[in-house]
Design a protein around this ligand. Structure first.
Ligand code: GMT
Length: 375
């Protein structure tokens, strides 16, 4: 099949999933065309059957806000026509599903048919899509998609709750990991050499948006390090990094909290962690948590949305009420101070991630959906 994929190409779970899906589809013989404003961060420079089409919004003094969604629709229209794509698979509804709808309507005028598949990822439904400025167009664009998927049961329910979307079929297709990449035994223990000096490693990876509650992470760590000799490794960057750094200073733990900044390839780091922290306010799935679990790193986080579908309570980690820093710190200490329990959790985490979220199974679900859509 010939497949167009649009996503946010910079840091973020939806871009990571979209890119890895494209790479997996191309490896299976499909032709994949990424249509975005920048090369997706997890896309290597060349792979057979993968093409990248940059969207150029141009510049004009009248435009304080250049209309990216229109430029994207035009690029989609061009690429579908010139490469005879069968479908456009857009990740994150706003504005991608709207641009795809415009492109499809333009193509229909010219007598050609392309299917639009929208994958809902999270804040497109739970936060941004519910903003009054976006709600009607988000609902419209979802309803006009030929197929809709959501990355968790939670997100599917939220979609119906927030948008109604009567008559829509929203299929849950979970996010996935490549079990060869997220494999603890594969990587040398870089962190223990460089940072922790024999102490346990707590880790967080994200784009440091308010929804991630990164200050809670520092607070949890400050309590844990009183009981368990440990360091905290913060991977990524974003608006709340400064606040997290200030929190570490205020709590007097700044010497053992390491902010590494943005790192594209996180598997070797996750393989060196003892615990992954994800105390988010809202999390439709929690791809970073899944990547940690697959790497044999148990997760402590919040009972936020779809995270409860990813982390098995008491088996692969522990989930507490949102904002309950004390409970998360207690759960972390319990896991880290019992070596046998930690080992069992680490083993179960890697096994469960492979059993339920392996790349090949999930990619087959997308292929079946595509086949059904174009039939
Ligand atoms: O929705 C967002 O906040 C952005 C999105 C992203 O691109 O990072 O994250 C969402 O999609 C990920 C991939 O499906 C999920 O793992 C995240 O849980 C989800 N984020 C939220 O729901 C906050």
């Amino acid at each position: 099949m010939k497949i167009g994929i649009t996503c946010y190409p910079t840091y973020g779970g939806s871009g990571a999933v979209a890119t890895e899906l494209g790479i997996a589809l191309a490896a299976k013989g499909h032709e994949v065309h990424f249509i975005t404003y920048k090369q997706p961060f997890r896309l290597p420079s060349f792979l057979p059957r993968i093409y990248f089409h940059e969207v150029d919004v141009g510049r004009y003094p009248l435009f304080e806000y250049p209309p990216y969604d229109l430029a994207l629709a035009v690029r989609m229209h061009e690429v579908v026509k010139s490469h005879e794509l069968d479908l456009l698979h857009v990740h994150y509804a706003i504005p991608h599903a709207t641009s795809a709808w415009i492109a499809r309507e333009m193509l229909r005028e010219a007598g050609s048919d392309v299917k639009v598949i929208t994958t809902l990822h999270g804040t497109d439904i739970t936060i941004v899509g519910q903003d009054r400025s976006f709600h009607p167009i988000t609902k419209f664009s979802i309803e006009k998609s030929d197929r809709i998927t959501a990355v968790s049961q939670y997100l599917r329910q939220q979609t119906f709750k927030a948008f109604g979307c009567a008559g829509c079929q929203v299929e849950v297709i979970y996010n996935f990991i490549d079990p060869d990449t997220y494999n603890r035994s594969k990587y040398p223990q870089l962190l223990s050499e460089q940072l922790n000096g024999g102490r346990r490693v707590l880790m967080h990876v994200s784009n440091f948006r308010p929804v991630k509650r990164v200050r809670d992470i520092v607070r949890i760590y400050a309590r844990v390090q009183e009981a368990v000799p440990s360091v905290l490794v913060m991977v990524g960057d974003g608006p709340d990094r400064v606040e997290a750094e200030a929190e570490a200073q205020m709590l007097g733990v700044e010497r053992t909290v390491h902010f590494l900044g943005k790192i594209d390839v996180v598997a070797p780091l996750l393989a060196g962690a003892d615990l992954f922290l994800l105390p988010s306010q809202s999390e439709s799935f929690g791809l970073s948590a899944l990547e940690a679990l697959a790497s044999g790193t148990p997760v402590v986080g919040s009972k936020a949305g779809g995270l409860v579908e990813v982390v098995k309570e008491g088996v692969t980690g522990a989930l507490c009420e949102i904002g309950d820093v004390d409970a998360m710190a207690r759960a972390s200490v319990e896991i880290l101070s019992d070596r046998e329990r930690w080992q069992a959790m680490s083993r179960d985490a890697a096994a469960d991630a492979r059993a339920r979220f392996s790349r090949d199974d999930i990619v087959r679900q997308y292929e079946a959906l595509y086949e059904d859509a174009v039939r």
